[in-house]
Design a protein around this ligand. Structure first.
Ligand SMILES: *Cc1c(COP(=O)(O)O)cnc(C)c1O
Length: 360
């Protein structure tokens, strides 16, 4: 773990600390025994605290997409509105259709946020019984105005509110229950700073009731299977137990830091990287006012050779940044600043970027 390696400053997966790997390396236990039940029961209140919810928090041995697909399969009866503002949210439309669901896009240009009034206009038609929203669109660095959108969703209590917080969960306060979020999900390789392979999701009572009415939920991702097993402090199938040990360690670490301190740390890091970009003559890719706190998507308005910049940083400093996602590859680059990163580690990173920028 501590052997020399390229440090990840991409927006996921992110760098995982040696003590996290250490916490994951414990003897295996049977997933139907009291050892596991105790572990599961121990982390539940902490998960609820970190996620600001009284809902059960389920653990899926899959990446986030497993639960993103599951939400559609469990909750869409009539038609789903997929809010599309970047690669991940665009893909959710495709996934909804592949699940055989009626689906429609609410589409904005990359770099723009989804606005509450746009959702209101669509939901007013009465066609939809679920919406999907990516809170922090990792491909564009846009953070959507979740609280404002949630306020609109209050007008539509029968419409399931499914929110991907893959790259924002734990980095910014999300008042899950107060916002009325029915499914809030994340993979652990982003702000949780665990290795990929586990997804965490909180499901409302309303959503569990709705799932009972939806056929074709399958087995592996059936929310009702998760709930039935949760009630016994278990998961439907053998979970990635090392991940759950790691999760327990991360939860304890987060609660020791204090959640407000954690949120402030992420905001501070974001401000440092945004300032760095502006100081160097770059603009930010997201529309002003909607910038992510966990990653910065820098617009390549200076027209630098992004691939060369990225390679220089990797070769000289053994640090990996991202060269832009999908249709904005090369037209932008992204720097992740989440998880275990701190203002100190960001302060070490920025001079490396300066140096490589000069050498282009
Ligand atoms: C990374 C990411 C995903 C996909 O996560 P996987 O773990 O690869 O399934 C989905 N949504 C957002 C916003 C992401 O950042």
């Amino acid at each position: 773990m501590t052997k020399p390696h390229v440090k990840l400053h991409i927006p996921g997966p992110v760098e995982v600390s040696a003590d996290t790997f250490c916490a994951m390396s414990q003897p295996m236990i049977g997933h139907r025994g009291t050892g596991f039940q105790d572990l599961y029961a121990n982390i539940q209140p902490k998960l609820r605290q970190v996620l600001n919810t009284q809902n059960p928090v389920f653990l899926s041995t899959s990446s986030a997409w497993g639960v993103m697909e599951a939400a559609v399969r469990n909750l869409v009866g009539k038609k789903v509105l997929n809010c599309c503002c970047g690669a991940f949210s665009d893909k959710w439309l495709d996934v909804s259709k592949r699940c055989g669901k009626e689906a429609e896009a609410l589409k904005v240009d990359w770099g723009r946020p989804i606005l509450p009034e746009q959702i209101d206009a669509k939901l007013k038609t009465g066609q939809f019984d679920a919406i999907t929203l990516v809170h922090n669109e990792t491909s564009t660095g846009v953070m959507n105005p979740l609280a404002d959108i949630a306020a609109v969703m209050k007008k539509y209590p029968d419409v399931m509110f499914v929110v991907d917080t893959v790259s924002s969960m734990t980095a910014i306060k999300i008042d899950t229950d107060a916002l009325g979020i029915d499914v809030m999900l994340a993979g652990v390789q982003k702000a949780w700073a665990l290795p990929p392979g586990l997804a965490i999701f909180a499901v409302s009572d309303r959503a569990l009731k709705k799932a009972e009415t939806i056929p074709g939920r399958g087995y592996y991702f059936d929310f009702l299977e998760f709930k039935a097993n949760h009630d016994k402090n278990m998961t439907p199938s053998t979970p990635s137990i090392p991940h759950i040990y790691g999760l327990q360690f991360k939860l304890d670490q987060m609660l020791a830091e204090g959640l407000d301190n954690r949120y402030a740390r992420h905001l501070k890091m974001a401000q440092m990287v945004r300032d760095w970009a502006k100081k160097n003559g770059f603009e930010l890719f997201p529309q002003a006012g909607y910038e992510s706190v966990t990653l910065t998507c820098v617009k390549n308005n200076r027209n630098i050779d992004v691939a060369k910049f990225q390679k220089a940083i990797k070769d000289k400093y053994k640090v990996l940044i991202d060269g832009g996602y999908g249709q904005i590859k090369g037209k932008s680059f992204r720097i992740g600043h989440m998880g275990d990163e701190t203002p100190d580690t960001i302060a070490q990173l920025l001079p490396m970027l300066d140096d490589c920028l000069k050498g282009l």
